[in-house]
Design a protein around this ligand. Structure first.
Ligand code: DGY
Length: 328
């Protein structure tokens, strides 16, 4: 009898541990890894998916009907190497009984740490300070040099109170902050998180810092545009570590330029890796290249989890992290 050996395509080189798990379970010869350092071109991905049983992809890969069609009916799982999965057409996958999985949990604390790094950096103008020093333009201590905003004792507004939002809120205790949040669901918060639910308007008006932690959906697309910035405090900072399109980048650049808000700390952008040129010209925006989960430990755990999802599914078991369990 000819035993079917599952074929797996991985769209980028990943931390070793995840790949090792796949090699051990399915044999190195059955796993193909795209060797490039930038996203695999769509046309190439269309070719590579033909006949595969599992796809391990990144948030930079658009997985649509055509990719699934081209792969063929034997495709059983799309394991996304991310917690967010807005790059995948979930409804289409479900229709085709393809399970989509993500990597939740392991990156919560790491991403919350980064949101705080951006919050502190944008409140205290660290980007401007660093640029000044590196340009050898620092003329010495000055009572009015680069004055920022205090963080302690202020109001932190969380937009999207899921796992990461909660982890960000928890960290605010050490800064003696009041925490308010807006969420379309009514999350049951653990006792150690003291935070008050508010409507969006209250969040905009009362927050000194707004940190965005919602998924990107049709209803969160451009949830922050010029009308929202007009309602915020002129001293407020906005932080985004979720998905770029939740903010209208052009409107944000305008708001920063006109002083509608004080500053922004952005890890994600509307058309990564492009950044709106007006934002690049805003000294009061801290811009970093989608580093939310980028710690050695977390990226390695994410690779392990993506591999474990594939191993379970290809062995006929329920994968640990399905986002469309109805496809099972
Ligand atoms: C995710 O997992 O969705 C993050 O954006 C990756 O850091």
């Amino acid at each position: 009898m000819n035993e079917h050996k599952p074929k797996i395509f991985v769209t980028r080189n990943l931390p070793e541990r995840g790949l090792e798990l796949l090699f051990q379970n399915f044999g190195k010869e059955n796993i193909k890894i795209y060797p490039g350092e930038t996203p695999i071109p769509y046309e190439e991905l269309l070719e590579e998916v033909k006949g595969i049983d599992a796809l391990l992809c990144l948030l930079t890969d658009k997985i649509d009907t055509q990719i699934m069609e081209q792969a063929g009916p034997q495709l059983k799982i799309i394991a996304n190497y991310a917690v967010g999965f807005d790059n995948i057409d979930i409804a289409e996958a479900t229709k085709r009984k393809i399970v989509v999985t993500n990597t939740p949990g392991v990156l919560t604390e790491t991403t919350a740490d980064l949101a705080w790094a951006l919050l502190m950096a944008s409140a205290r103008r660290l980007g401007e300070g660093e640029r000044l020093v590196r340009a050898s333009q620092w003329a010495g201590w000055n009572p009015t040099l680069l004055l920022g905003m205090d963080v302690h004792g202020k109001t932190l507004g969380i937009f999207g109170m899921g796992r990461i939002g909660q982890a960000v809120a928890r960290r605010a205790t050490g800064f003696d902050m009041r925490v308010i949040y807006y969420d379309v669901t009514e999350p049951k918060l653990p006792e150690d998180i003291k935070a008050t639910p508010v409507d969006k308007e209250t969040l905009l008006k009362e927050s000194d810092f707004i940190s965005i932690h919602c998924p990107l959906t049709r209803s969160t697309y451009h949830a922050f545009g010029i009308e929202e910035f007009k309602q915020m405090k002129r001293t407020a900072c906005i932080i985004n570590t979720s998905r770029g399109p939740v903010i209208d980048e052009e409107a944000l650049a305008q708001a920063l330029k006109d002083g509608l808000i004080f500053s922004a700390g952005l890890d994600v952008f509307e058309k990564e890796p492009e950044i709106h040129p007006d934002l690049l010209n805003c000294p009061n925006a801290i811009l970093i290249p989608h580093l939310g989960s980028a710690s050695v430990e977390t990226r390695s755990r994410m690779a392990e989890i993506a591999a474990q999802n594939i191993i379970a599914r290809l062995n006929g078991k329920t994968p640990p992290n399905p986002v469309n369990p109805e496809a099972l």
